[in-house]
Design a protein around this ligand. Structure first.
Ligand code: ADP
Ligand code: MG
Length: 427
């Protein structure tokens, strides 16, 4: 699209102003107030454009690319297992994990050690958007696996509009995990009839334990979550956190308040294969749960020590810093598949073509064994390194060999190539 036309479509308020000036009539100004128009329209990259790129690919030389962060090790390990070379797009200063310590060593093409074939180190992650880097990825017949670092460090609209590299996953669904977007994950959970923690519209209505979800003021990509059981506690805690610079007043205004589900956390790492013809298209690969910064420290303190903490240490933070693996009691499994089925069906209806590949339903289970989904990752989950290389009881059992999310994703590409169905797994 012509860049000027594209800019105008993306900034409709400018367009209305333009029309007003040309028309010059006051009545027109009142008729089309620019603030009434959406600030920015999304121009989702046409899937056909991606298909044309795939048509030009030499699939015998396909590679797997990923932003080197989040769950990239699992992705690169899986690529290795399925015989695809891996490209890790690194940020300078955070590159050594991939470029040095997990760098692959090959002899006669066979991997002897490590998992990253080609670390590309750039000053920032968003350099991946540069036309010459995208061209470099395409020239390597690369398939990109979106992870949370990709969507955090690169603007969502740039991924949607301008990232001309085939992605295994659903480009149009990535935005739904931004809480507060019009069609965010809560919206689709409601459409799908899947339970999620009840929203509290006004903090004055807090009458039992709730979690307040908002961004951290200083740690840009982290959470400034806190809990409260009453409006009084909400006011006291939020005041203290604002004073400590952990949260801002503005972020608090836009926070989501929801009921805190008292129970264990299970992140369900699912996979959806649109190309599967005989067996279930939905697979449960693994279950993980997270270690979260000071929250985990708090639960390891005996009550008297907890009670003695001063104001600055009293409220735990929820920054993810590790993962663990879990299984579920068997009678709960049926419920997880039911949720996954509903979710997949709703994504097909509302986000055509719907979910592709890995996705993660992040759940809590209450005392009556009811699941509530408090978060959805419409892409590889953040905790899949937990089953990297060793696989997971569920994935391994299903596939009769070690099956991690990274490997399953690479295997999907391998199967799609063999079945001549690559277009069905890319957007
Ligand atoms: N409704 C809830 N009830 C209980 N715990 C919750 C709830 N929502 C979130 N949490 C806790 O907060 C953590 C982060 O929440 P999440 O919504 O996944 O945030 P993010 O979008 O930053 O990943 C979870 O791992 C879980 O421990
Ligand atoms: Mg989450």
């Amino acid at each position: 699209m012509n860049p000027i036309v594209k800019w105008l479509v993306q900034h409709p308020s400018f367009l209305s102003f333009f029309l007003i000036v040309r028309d010059g009539s006051l009545s027109k100004i009142l008729l089309i107030p620019s603030y009434f128009l959406p600030p920015k329209a999304i121009i989702m990259l046409d899937r056909k454009e991606i298909w044309e790129i795939v048509e030009g690919y030499d699939l015998d030389k396909a590679e797997i690319g990923v932003i080197a962060s989040h769950s990239a090790l699992d992705v690169c390990d899986g690529a290795m297992d399925e015989g695809f070379p891996s490209i890790a797009v690194c940020k300078d200063g955070r590159h050594r994990t991939y470029a040095e310590y997990f760098k692959a060593q090959r002899k006669d093409g066979r991997v002897e050690r490590g998992i990253v074939d080609d670390p590309w180190v750039f000053p920032t992650f968003k350099d991946v958007m540069k036309p010459e880097i995208q061209e470099r990825l395409r020239s390597r017949n690369a398939f990109f696996i979106p992870n949370r670092s990709f969507t955090s460090y690169v603007a969502m609209e740039e991924i949607e509009d301008d990232f001309r590299v085939p992605m295994i996953g659903s480009r149009n669904m990535l935005r739904m995990e931004e809480r507060g977007e019009k069609k965010d994950y809560y919206w689709i959970l409601e459409k799908a009839g899947i339970p999620f923690p009840e929203k509290i519209e006004d903090p004055i209505d807090i009458d039992e334990l709730c979690i307040v979800k908002l961004h951290h003021a200083q740690k840009k990509l982290e959470r400034g979550f806190f809990s409260a059981s009453s409006f009084k506690e909400y006011k006291e805690k939020s005041k203290a956190l604002i004073r400590q610079g952990v949260i801002t007043h503005d972020a608090l205004e836009g926070a989501r308040i929801e009921r805190y589900v008292i129970g264990p956390v299970f992140n369900l790492d699912f996979f959806y294969s649109p190309i599967e013809e005989e067996m279930s298209k939905i697979e449960l690969l693994g279950v993980d749960w997270r270690f979260e910064s000071s929250l985990d420290g708090h639960v390891r303190l005996p009550a008297p020590q907890q009670m003695a903490l001063n104001e600055s240490q009293m409220t735990p933070e929820y920054t993810v810093c590790g993962h663990n693996s879990a299984t579920l009691r068997e009678s709960l499994l049926e419920k997880t598949f039911e949720m996954a089925e509903k979710f997949v069906a709703a994504t097909k209806e509302h986000y055509s073509p719907g979910i592709i590949g890995s996705f993660c339903l992040q759940t809590c289970v209450d005392k009556d064994l009811n699941f509530y989904i408090y978060d959805v990752a419409p892409r590889v989950g953040g905790g899949t390194n937990v089953h990297m290389n060793v696989g997971h009881p569920y994935g391994n059992t299903l596939w009769r060999k070690g099956m991690s999310t990274g490997r399953r994703t690479a295997m999907e590409l391998r199967r799609a190539i063999e079945m001549d169905k690559v277009k069905e797994i890319v957007t």
